[in-house]
Design a protein around this ligand. Sequence first.
Ligand code: F6P
Length: 323
Amino acid sequence: MKRIAVLTSGGDAPGMNAAIRAVVRAGVHEGLQVFGVRRGFSGLIAGNFINLEARDVGGILQQAGTMLGSARCPEFRSEEGRIEAVRQLGAHGIDALVVIGGNGSQTGAHQLTELGFPVVGVASTIDNDLYGSEITIGVDTALNIALEAIDRLKVTASSHQRAFLVEVMGRDCGYLALAAAVAGGAEAVIIPEMEIDPDTLAAELRGAYQRGKPHALVVVAEGAKFNADRLIHHFAEHRERLGFELRATILGHVQRGGTPGAFDRLLATRLGAGAVHRLIAGEHGILVGIGNSQIVTTPLVDVVANRKPLDLSLFELARVLSR
Ligand code: F6P
Protein backbone atom coordinates (compact mmCIF):
# COMPACT_ATOMS: atom_id res chain seq x y z
CA MET A 1 0.00 0.00 0.00
CA LYS A 2 1.49 3.31 -1.12
CA ARG A 3 -1.27 5.83 -1.71
CA ILE A 4 -4.32 6.44 0.48
CA ALA A 5 -7.13 8.99 0.28
CA VAL A 6 -9.30 10.56 2.97
CA LEU A 7 -12.74 12.20 2.76
CA THR A 8 -15.29 13.72 5.12
CA SER A 9 -18.95 13.12 4.42
CA GLY A 10 -22.43 13.96 5.76
CA GLY A 11 -22.94 16.61 8.44
CA ASP A 12 -19.73 18.34 9.50
CA ALA A 13 -18.70 17.68 13.10
CA PRO A 14 -16.23 19.61 15.29
CA GLY A 15 -13.04 17.54 15.24
CA MET A 16 -13.26 16.38 11.61
CA ASN A 17 -10.25 18.56 10.77
CA ALA A 18 -8.25 17.03 13.61
CA ALA A 19 -9.07 13.60 12.15
CA ILE A 20 -7.94 14.67 8.63
CA ARG A 21 -4.70 16.03 10.09
CA ALA A 22 -4.08 12.77 11.95
CA VAL A 23 -4.70 10.66 8.83
CA VAL A 24 -2.33 12.82 6.77
CA ARG A 25 0.48 13.06 9.30
CA ALA A 26 0.28 9.43 10.48
CA GLY A 27 0.21 8.38 6.82
CA VAL A 28 3.19 10.55 5.85
CA HIS A 29 5.06 9.27 8.92
CA GLU A 30 4.52 5.71 7.66
CA GLY A 31 5.86 6.62 4.21
CA LEU A 32 2.48 6.82 2.46
CA GLN A 33 1.35 9.42 -0.04
CA VAL A 34 -1.94 10.88 1.20
CA PHE A 35 -4.68 12.50 -0.90
CA GLY A 36 -7.70 14.47 0.26
CA VAL A 37 -10.99 14.14 -1.60
CA ARG A 38 -12.98 17.37 -1.76
CA ARG A 39 -16.71 17.40 -0.90
CA GLY A 40 -17.16 13.81 0.21
CA PHE A 41 -18.51 11.15 -2.12
CA SER A 42 -19.38 13.85 -4.72
CA GLY A 43 -15.69 14.64 -5.02
CA LEU A 44 -14.89 10.96 -5.31
CA ILE A 45 -17.23 10.61 -8.30
CA ALA A 46 -15.86 13.82 -9.83
CA GLY A 47 -12.22 12.76 -9.26
CA ASN A 48 -11.58 15.80 -7.07
CA PHE A 49 -8.37 14.71 -5.32
CA ILE A 50 -5.59 16.86 -3.83
CA ASN A 51 -2.23 15.73 -2.58
CA LEU A 52 -1.81 16.53 1.13
CA GLU A 53 1.57 16.86 2.80
CA ALA A 54 2.19 17.37 6.52
CA ARG A 55 2.35 21.19 6.12
CA ASP A 56 -0.98 21.30 4.24
CA VAL A 57 -2.85 20.30 7.40
CA GLY A 58 -1.13 22.81 9.67
CA GLY A 59 -3.41 25.16 11.65
CA ILE A 60 -6.61 23.10 11.21
CA LEU A 61 -6.55 21.13 14.48
CA GLN A 62 -8.44 23.84 16.33
CA GLN A 63 -10.89 24.65 13.52
CA ALA A 64 -14.45 23.39 13.30
CA GLY A 65 -15.88 22.17 9.99
CA THR A 66 -13.81 20.28 7.46
CA MET A 67 -11.04 21.69 5.24
CA LEU A 68 -12.00 19.11 2.59
CA GLY A 69 -15.65 20.10 2.53
CA SER A 70 -18.51 17.69 2.95
CA ALA A 71 -21.68 16.80 1.08
CA ARG A 72 -24.75 14.65 1.10
CA CYS A 73 -24.44 12.94 -2.28
CA PRO A 74 -27.54 11.56 -4.08
CA GLU A 75 -25.46 10.22 -7.04
CA PHE A 76 -23.66 7.88 -4.68
CA ARG A 77 -26.96 6.12 -3.96
CA SER A 78 -26.91 4.68 -7.48
CA GLU A 79 -24.66 1.78 -8.40
CA GLU A 80 -23.35 3.73 -11.45
CA GLY A 81 -22.21 6.50 -9.09
CA ARG A 82 -20.36 4.06 -6.85
CA ILE A 83 -18.75 2.26 -9.79
CA GLU A 84 -17.53 5.62 -11.10
CA ALA A 85 -16.11 6.40 -7.63
CA VAL A 86 -14.11 3.16 -7.64
CA ARG A 87 -12.94 3.89 -11.18
CA GLN A 88 -11.70 7.33 -10.10
CA LEU A 89 -9.86 5.84 -7.11
CA GLY A 90 -8.16 3.38 -9.48
CA ALA A 91 -7.34 6.12 -12.02
CA HIS A 92 -5.60 8.12 -9.27
CA GLY A 93 -3.67 5.08 -8.10
CA ILE A 94 -5.30 5.09 -4.67
CA ASP A 95 -4.92 1.81 -2.75
CA ALA A 96 -7.27 2.50 0.19
CA LEU A 97 -9.73 5.11 1.46
CA VAL A 98 -10.55 6.56 4.90
CA VAL A 99 -14.15 7.77 5.30
CA ILE A 100 -14.78 10.16 8.20
CA GLY A 101 -18.50 10.44 8.95
CA GLY A 102 -21.67 9.06 10.48
CA ASN A 103 -24.32 6.52 9.50
CA GLY A 104 -24.95 7.60 5.89
CA SER A 105 -21.22 7.94 5.24
CA GLN A 106 -20.38 4.53 6.70
CA THR A 107 -23.15 3.00 4.58
CA GLY A 108 -21.35 4.50 1.56
CA ALA A 109 -18.03 3.16 2.89
CA HIS A 110 -19.54 -0.31 3.21
CA GLN A 111 -20.92 -0.16 -0.34
CA LEU A 112 -17.43 0.62 -1.65
CA THR A 113 -16.04 -2.42 0.20
CA GLU A 114 -18.78 -4.51 -1.47
CA LEU A 115 -17.31 -3.40 -4.80
CA GLY A 116 -13.95 -4.73 -3.58
CA PHE A 117 -12.29 -1.43 -2.63
CA PRO A 118 -10.47 -1.31 0.76
CA VAL A 119 -12.05 1.26 3.09
CA VAL A 120 -11.73 2.10 6.78
CA GLY A 121 -14.35 4.29 8.47
CA VAL A 122 -13.77 6.84 11.24
CA ALA A 123 -16.72 7.42 13.60
CA SER A 124 -17.81 11.05 13.33
CA THR A 125 -21.25 12.56 13.92
CA ILE A 126 -22.68 14.91 16.53
CA ASP A 127 -25.71 12.58 16.82
CA ASN A 128 -23.82 9.79 18.64
CA ASP A 129 -26.01 7.22 16.92
CA LEU A 130 -23.31 5.17 15.21
CA TYR A 131 -23.00 1.49 16.11
CA GLY A 132 -19.37 0.57 16.83
CA SER A 133 -18.26 3.63 18.82
CA GLU A 134 -19.26 4.53 22.36
CA ILE A 135 -18.90 8.18 21.44
CA THR A 136 -18.26 9.83 18.07
CA ILE A 137 -16.26 12.86 16.93
CA GLY A 138 -18.17 16.11 17.53
CA VAL A 139 -20.61 14.96 20.21
CA ASP A 140 -18.79 16.52 23.15
CA THR A 141 -18.41 19.93 21.50
CA ALA A 142 -22.03 19.96 20.26
CA LEU A 143 -23.17 19.05 23.75
CA ASN A 144 -21.19 21.88 25.30
CA ILE A 145 -22.79 24.32 22.84
CA ALA A 146 -26.25 23.07 23.84
CA LEU A 147 -25.31 23.40 27.52
CA GLU A 148 -24.15 26.98 27.10
CA ALA A 149 -27.56 27.82 25.60
CA ILE A 150 -29.40 25.94 28.34
CA ASP A 151 -27.43 27.66 31.11
CA ARG A 152 -28.24 31.07 29.60
CA LEU A 153 -31.91 30.29 29.07
CA LYS A 154 -32.22 29.12 32.67
CA VAL A 155 -31.07 32.52 33.89
CA THR A 156 -33.88 34.28 31.98
CA ALA A 157 -36.38 31.54 32.82
CA SER A 158 -35.65 32.02 36.53
CA SER A 159 -35.80 35.81 36.33
CA HIS A 160 -39.27 35.65 34.74
CA GLN A 161 -40.56 32.38 36.21
CA ARG A 162 -41.04 31.21 32.64
CA ALA A 163 -41.14 27.82 30.98
CA PHE A 164 -38.63 27.39 28.16
CA LEU A 165 -38.07 24.72 25.59
CA VAL A 166 -34.74 24.02 23.87
CA GLU A 167 -34.67 21.83 20.79
CA VAL A 168 -31.38 20.12 20.00
CA MET A 169 -30.27 18.16 16.93
CA GLY A 170 -29.73 14.40 16.78
CA ARG A 171 -31.86 13.32 13.79
CA ASP A 172 -33.93 10.40 15.12
CA CYS A 173 -31.67 9.73 18.09
CA GLY A 174 -32.26 11.25 21.56
CA TYR A 175 -28.68 11.09 22.85
CA LEU A 176 -27.82 14.81 22.55
CA ALA A 177 -31.13 15.83 24.14
CA LEU A 178 -30.83 13.35 26.97
CA ALA A 179 -27.21 14.16 27.77
CA ALA A 180 -27.94 17.91 27.58
CA ALA A 181 -30.96 17.49 29.88
CA VAL A 182 -28.95 15.60 32.50
CA ALA A 183 -25.90 17.87 32.35
CA GLY A 184 -28.05 21.01 32.10
CA GLY A 185 -30.45 20.10 34.93
CA ALA A 186 -33.61 20.27 32.81
CA GLU A 187 -37.03 19.79 34.37
CA ALA A 188 -38.13 17.51 31.52
CA VAL A 189 -36.75 15.83 28.42
CA ILE A 190 -38.48 14.53 25.30
CA ILE A 191 -36.72 12.04 23.06
CA PRO A 192 -37.90 9.77 20.23
CA GLU A 193 -36.99 6.69 22.29
CA MET A 194 -39.29 7.77 25.15
CA GLU A 195 -42.07 10.01 23.86
CA ILE A 196 -44.36 11.88 26.23
CA ASP A 197 -47.56 13.71 25.28
CA PRO A 198 -47.98 17.47 25.82
CA ASP A 199 -50.50 17.06 28.67
CA THR A 200 -48.08 14.88 30.65
CA LEU A 201 -45.33 17.41 29.94
CA ALA A 202 -47.54 20.26 31.19
CA ALA A 203 -48.26 18.30 34.39
CA GLU A 204 -44.50 17.79 34.92
CA LEU A 205 -43.81 21.49 34.46
CA ARG A 206 -46.67 22.50 36.79
CA GLY A 207 -45.17 20.05 39.32
CA ALA A 208 -41.81 21.84 39.07
CA TYR A 209 -43.43 25.21 39.89
CA GLN A 210 -45.40 23.63 42.73
CA ARG A 211 -42.17 22.28 44.22
CA GLY A 212 -40.94 25.87 44.36
CA LYS A 213 -38.75 26.02 41.26
CA PRO A 214 -38.43 29.50 39.74
CA HIS A 215 -38.31 28.11 36.18
CA ALA A 216 -39.13 25.09 34.06
CA LEU A 217 -36.84 24.03 31.25
CA VAL A 218 -37.54 21.28 28.74
CA VAL A 219 -34.99 19.78 26.35
CA VAL A 220 -36.53 18.21 23.28
CA ALA A 221 -34.85 16.17 20.54
CA GLU A 222 -35.56 17.33 16.97
CA GLY A 223 -36.62 13.77 16.12
CA ALA A 224 -39.31 13.52 18.81
CA LYS A 225 -42.93 13.30 17.64
CA PHE A 226 -43.71 16.37 19.72
CA ASN A 227 -40.74 18.49 18.66
CA ALA A 228 -40.47 22.24 19.40
CA ASP A 229 -42.84 23.32 16.59
CA ARG A 230 -45.56 20.87 17.54
CA LEU A 231 -45.28 21.56 21.26
CA ILE A 232 -45.42 25.31 20.78
CA HIS A 233 -48.57 24.97 18.67
CA HIS A 234 -50.15 22.64 21.17
CA PHE A 235 -49.35 24.87 24.15
CA ALA A 236 -50.61 27.96 22.32
CA GLU A 237 -53.88 26.21 21.36
CA HIS A 238 -54.55 24.85 24.85
CA ARG A 239 -53.05 27.67 26.87
CA GLU A 240 -55.99 28.11 29.27
CA ARG A 241 -56.26 24.42 30.08
CA LEU A 242 -52.49 23.83 30.36
CA GLY A 243 -52.04 26.92 32.51
CA PHE A 244 -48.96 28.54 31.01
CA GLU A 245 -47.09 29.57 27.90
CA LEU A 246 -44.00 27.77 26.60
CA ARG A 247 -41.27 29.61 24.67
CA ALA A 248 -38.94 27.78 22.35
CA THR A 249 -35.36 28.09 21.15
CA ILE A 250 -34.32 25.80 18.30
CA LEU A 251 -30.53 25.47 18.34
CA GLY A 252 -30.22 23.85 14.90
CA HIS A 253 -26.91 24.10 13.05
CA VAL A 254 -25.38 26.34 15.73
CA GLN A 255 -24.42 23.04 17.37
CA ARG A 256 -22.21 21.88 14.49
CA GLY A 257 -19.78 24.77 13.99
CA GLY A 258 -18.23 25.18 17.44
CA THR A 259 -14.48 25.16 18.08
CA PRO A 260 -13.65 21.53 18.88
CA GLY A 261 -12.88 21.03 22.57
CA ALA A 262 -10.02 18.99 24.02
CA PHE A 263 -12.08 15.79 24.09
CA ASP A 264 -12.99 15.94 20.38
CA ARG A 265 -9.47 16.91 19.28
CA LEU A 266 -8.01 13.97 21.16
CA LEU A 267 -10.67 11.52 20.02
CA ALA A 268 -10.40 12.61 16.39
CA THR A 269 -6.61 12.45 16.47
CA ARG A 270 -6.60 8.94 17.95
CA LEU A 271 -9.24 7.65 15.53
CA GLY A 272 -7.64 9.24 12.43
CA ALA A 273 -4.20 7.81 13.26
CA GLY A 274 -5.86 4.52 14.26
CA ALA A 275 -7.45 4.22 10.81
CA VAL A 276 -4.05 4.57 9.12
CA HIS A 277 -2.47 2.00 11.46
CA ARG A 278 -5.26 -0.51 10.72
CA LEU A 279 -4.81 -0.06 6.98
CA ILE A 280 -1.07 -0.62 7.32
CA ALA A 281 -1.83 -3.77 9.33
CA GLY A 282 -3.82 -4.98 6.32
CA GLU A 283 -7.27 -4.45 7.87
CA HIS A 284 -10.19 -2.85 6.03
CA GLY A 285 -13.96 -3.06 5.79
CA ILE A 286 -14.05 -1.81 9.39
CA LEU A 287 -15.07 1.22 11.42
CA VAL A 288 -12.53 2.66 13.86
CA GLY A 289 -14.26 3.84 17.02
CA ILE A 290 -13.79 4.06 20.76
CA GLY A 291 -14.90 1.65 23.49
CA ASN A 292 -13.82 1.67 27.15
CA SER A 293 -11.35 4.44 26.27
CA GLN A 294 -9.57 2.12 23.80
CA ILE A 295 -9.59 2.15 20.01
CA VAL A 296 -11.92 -0.58 18.79
CA THR A 297 -12.88 -1.80 15.33
CA THR A 298 -16.21 -3.14 14.09
CA PRO A 299 -16.91 -4.65 10.67
CA LEU A 300 -18.74 -2.09 8.51
CA VAL A 301 -21.29 -4.78 7.68
CA ASP A 302 -22.29 -4.80 11.38
CA VAL A 303 -22.15 -1.02 11.65
CA VAL A 304 -24.72 -0.59 8.89
CA ALA A 305 -26.92 -3.47 10.08
CA ASN A 306 -27.25 -2.31 13.69
CA ARG A 307 -28.64 0.62 15.58
CA LYS A 308 -26.76 1.86 18.63
CA PRO A 309 -29.01 1.52 21.68
CA LEU A 310 -29.54 4.61 23.84
CA ASP A 311 -28.68 4.17 27.51
CA LEU A 312 -32.11 4.82 29.03
CA SER A 313 -30.78 4.73 32.60
CA LEU A 314 -29.87 8.37 31.89
CA PHE A 315 -33.55 9.08 31.27
CA GLU A 316 -34.45 7.76 34.71
CA LEU A 317 -31.60 9.77 36.23
CA ALA A 318 -32.85 12.95 34.52
CA ARG A 319 -36.31 12.41 36.07
CA VAL A 320 -35.00 11.66 39.57
CA LEU A 321 -32.64 14.64 39.61
CA SER A 322 -35.18 17.11 38.27
CA ARG A 323 -37.01 17.06 41.67
O1 F6P B 1 -26.28 14.16 11.38
C1 F6P B 1 -25.94 15.42 11.89
C2 F6P B 1 -27.13 16.37 11.77
O2 F6P B 1 -26.72 17.63 12.25
C3 F6P B 1 -28.41 15.91 12.45
O3 F6P B 1 -28.41 16.14 13.83
C4 F6P B 1 -29.44 16.73 11.72
O4 F6P B 1 -30.71 16.14 11.77
C5 F6P B 1 -28.89 16.74 10.30
O5 F6P B 1 -27.50 16.51 10.41
C6 F6P B 1 -29.14 18.01 9.55
O6 F6P B 1 -28.66 17.83 8.26
P1 F6P B 1 -28.35 19.02 7.23
O7 F6P B 1 -27.16 19.76 7.76
O8 F6P B 1 -28.06 18.31 5.96
O9 F6P B 1 -29.57 19.87 7.24
